[in-house]
Design a binder for this molecule. Structure first.
Ligand SMILES: Cc1ncc(COP(=O)(O)O)c(C=O)c1O
Length: 422
């Protein structure tokens, strides 16, 4: 992203042009950024027997899925609906793992293809797969007793989380599967999301590698996703090459000796930085001496600030400066401290917050009514967590690729709101 004559450009296309063609609010994805992230993953783990997967919960737009699939990724799906989307995105059943989370019998039946690996989350899910006589390959999601993540609600391993077979139960799980005449073909752990250091990821990997020695039919060890990205100006890129080197050092020999393939299934790392939510400023007010701006989007479109107190860098996309971009942010050059809020009828609809989640003014380039503002790094857990709250419509999505812009999801219409209701 860059500014040209004060206007934000995403993949060399002006945000003003995108807004006038597709309206606001609109999610804009820069395909080149996704390709860059994909290349980083492939390079970092190239010395392992390795297959990259994409955790599609981060963003399941079919056009993004196609792009990621064409780049040789498999995918991790967590619901039958995600399997449907994955198939439309070009993923073959052999390239899909279905990671269960308290799934129903109907969910299990709807997997629909016996080549999809079922990654079970608990002993009871093993029992149900066996009772339903599902022929799919089985992998075990393990709780490696170490968790990490950008917020406690996205930590997915360790004590007190809903995921994974405890280490002490893994041997019983293996016996139950094998006694039924089936094979455990994969071991999996995913410790959390937005992990910013490699140490906990490697510790989890070590535990999976130790466990793997008791499994004689394994084909894959899936080390999960979780790789973080910088959101704040002061945050650094995740050291993905170091992660690749260290994982290769601890896992490479064993994986090769046993003809195992390592899987990693990042979501956020692949798509977060490609996405920008562009919205229009609809209101300005001063309250208790603090300036607020309002815009035509809300936490129904980008929930991370409200849900996790998460930071998204915000710039004035109509009249901004290069110094406002996260990479070269010069706070001292920014004129205005404003609180940025959305158009929902809810006090928590505030995008600029302090570490405790309270509204906090943010220094931006001066913002006027009708300016465009851009929420950066919104490609992961943005649209995929969007809702219809307040009967607001879901926004359009647009992809910029090789200087061309195309709509990859149309803006909803009011008819969409009432469909299916009586
Ligand atoms: C099983 C599993 N794998 C992968 C991911 C992707 O995580 P991230 O987007 O942080 O890479 C998640 C997200 O929570 C997950 O639950």
């Amino acid at each position: 992203m860059e500014f040209v004559s004060g206007v934000l450009h995403i993949g060399n296309v002006s945000a003003a042009e995108i807004a006038s063609r597709f309206g606001t609010p609109v999610y804009v994805y820069d395909a080149a950024v996704i390709e860059r992230q994909i290349a980083n993953v492939k390079r970092a783990f190239a010395d392992l027997p390795f297959r990259p997967f994409y955790a599609m919960k981060a963003n399941s737009n079919i056009s993004l899925l196609r792009l990621i699939n064409e780049n040789g990724f498999g995918c991790d799906a967590v619901s039958p609906g995600e399997i449907v989307l994955a198939r439309h995105g070009g993923f073959e059943p052999d390239d899909i793992w279905f990671t269960c989370s308290n799934v129903s019998d109907d969910d299990l039946r709807e997997i629909g293809d016996e080549r999809i690996v079922i990654n079970v989350n608990s002993m009871s899910e093993i029992d149900r797969c066996l009772a339903l006589d599902l022929p799919n390959p089985i992998a075990l999601r393990v709780n490696p007793d170490i968790g990490a993540g950008h917020h406690h609600d996205v930590v997915t391993a360790g004590e007190g989380v809903k995921f994974g077979i405890d280490l002490a139960e893994v041997e019983s799980a293996r016996i139950v599967v094998e006694d039924s005449g089936r094979k455990v073909v994969g071991l999996h752990a995913h410790i959390g999301s937005g992990v910013d250091t490699i140490a906990p990821l490697l510790e989890s990997a070590r535990r999976l590698l130790e466990l793997s020695t008791s499994f004689s039919h394994l084909r894959w060890i899936n080390f999960g996703g979780g790789i973080g990205v910088p959101y704040r100006p002061e945050e650094k890129e995740f050291p993905i090459d170091e992660y690749g080197r260290e994982l290769t050092r601890i896992a490479g020999k064993l994986m090769r000796a046993r003809d195992l393939t390592a899987i990693l299934e990042p979501g956020r790392y692949i798509v977060a930085q490609s996405g920008t939510l562009v919205a229009r400023v609809t209101a300005k007010r001063v309250s208790s001496g603090v300036e607020w701006i309002g815009c035509d989007t809300g936490f129904n479109h980008l929930v991370r600030p409200s849900k996790y107190g998460a930071y998204h860098h915000i710039v004035n996309a109509s009249r901004g400066s290069g110094e406002s971009l996260r990479e070269g942010f010069r706070e001292d050059r920014m004129a205005q401290g404003v609180i940025v809020s959305g158009n929902l009828c809810e006090s928590s609809d505030v995008f600029t917050r302090d570490n405790n989640g309270s509204p906090l003014p943010r220094r931006l380039d001066p913002v006027a009514l009708s300016d465009l503002i851009a929420f950066c790094d919104a490609g992961a857990y943005g649209f995929s967590m969007a809702s219809h709250y307040n009967a607001r419509l879901l926004p359009a999505e647009v992809m910029v690729q090789n200087g061309q812009t195309r709509q990859i999801r149309s803006r909803q219409k009011y008819d969409d709101l009432i469909r299916g209701m009586e």
